[in-house]
Design a protein around this ligand. Structure first.
Ligand code: URA
Length: 245
């Protein structure tokens, strides 16, 4: 099973993946396999280090963002900049700690100037995300923003339409609930989006505790159009968040 563009995750065959007895060691071994990666051009484009992922290898809840930004590139950990601090805050607001969940990105190296990851970069890197999903086998995978959402749902629907709507998919060989949310970087600039993000987040404890549902019984996607929320696109494009919503 592979996550690769444009292969739709939702159409992946179901496999009977078994959670390894020591996912921590298995993840460490994958990190060793990645090494000082040269599988795509990003290693020649100024990345300081690989940002593999962080958190509880037995987590029920996993977050998937797009790619490391400048702070993550320096610190070697996903979501540690301003967007990451907001993410940490809203994780704590639902009674969890960062150390309870697992956090990773689709692409493990920083694209220059925070540009969108390119198809060949995703193709080179997404097998590692898939392995992380396979080993951690979370119940709920939260995709943050448009980019991770479209990749892992295998559907072109934008985050404004699908945020807060859980769907059952097979990722890394396991059935999981995919729960797309607005990217915290976008919410930093748009108070209305932050409110929606917090409201969607409040459903997470329930989703984690619950068995995956059949997509047919999931709530219908919000009727909002992709531009239903008004925001200052100039501020966003200035910081390069094109794919976040
Ligand atoms: N944005 C992301 O998508 N990932 C990070 O790790 C940080 C910011």
């Amino acid at each position: 099973v592979r996550i690769s563009t444009p292969s739709p995750a939702a159409l992946m065959p179901v496999t009977t993946s078994v959670r390894p007895t020591d996912p921590d060691a298995a993840l460490a071994s994958i990190r060793t396999t990645i090494g000082d990666c040269t599988r795509c051009k990003l290693h020649t484009l100024g990345r300081k280090q690989i940002v593999f992922g962080v958190g509880n290898p037995n987590a029920d809840l996993m977050f998937v963002g797009e790619a490391p930004g400048a702070d993550e590139d320096v610190q070697g950990e996903p979501f540690v900049g301003r967007a990451g601090q907001l993410l940490t805050k809203i994780i704590e607001a639902i009674g969890l700690q960062r150390s309870d969940v697992y956090i990773a990105n689709v692409v493990k190296c920083r694209p220059p100037g925070n540009r969108d990851p390119r198809p060949e970069e995703i193709a080179a890197c997404s097998p590692f995300l898939e392995t992380q999903l396979d080993l951690i086998a979370p119940r709920v995978v939260v995709t943050l923003g448009n980019f991770a959402t479209k990749l892992l749902s295998g559907k072109p629907l934008g985050i404004t339409r699908v945020h807060g709507v859980e769907q059952e998919v097979v990722l890394g060989g396991n059935r999981v609930l995919l729960f797309p949310l607005f990217h915290p970087a976008a919410a930093l600039y748009m108070p209305r989006m932050l409110e929606v993000l917090e409201a969607d987040f409040a459903r997470l404890p329930d989703l984690i505790g619950r068995t995956p549902v059949d997509p047919a019984t999931a709530a219908a996607p919000a009727a909002a159009s992709d531009d239903a929320l008004s925001f200052d696109k100039t501020a966003i494009s200035a910081v390069g968040f094109r794919t976040l919503f």
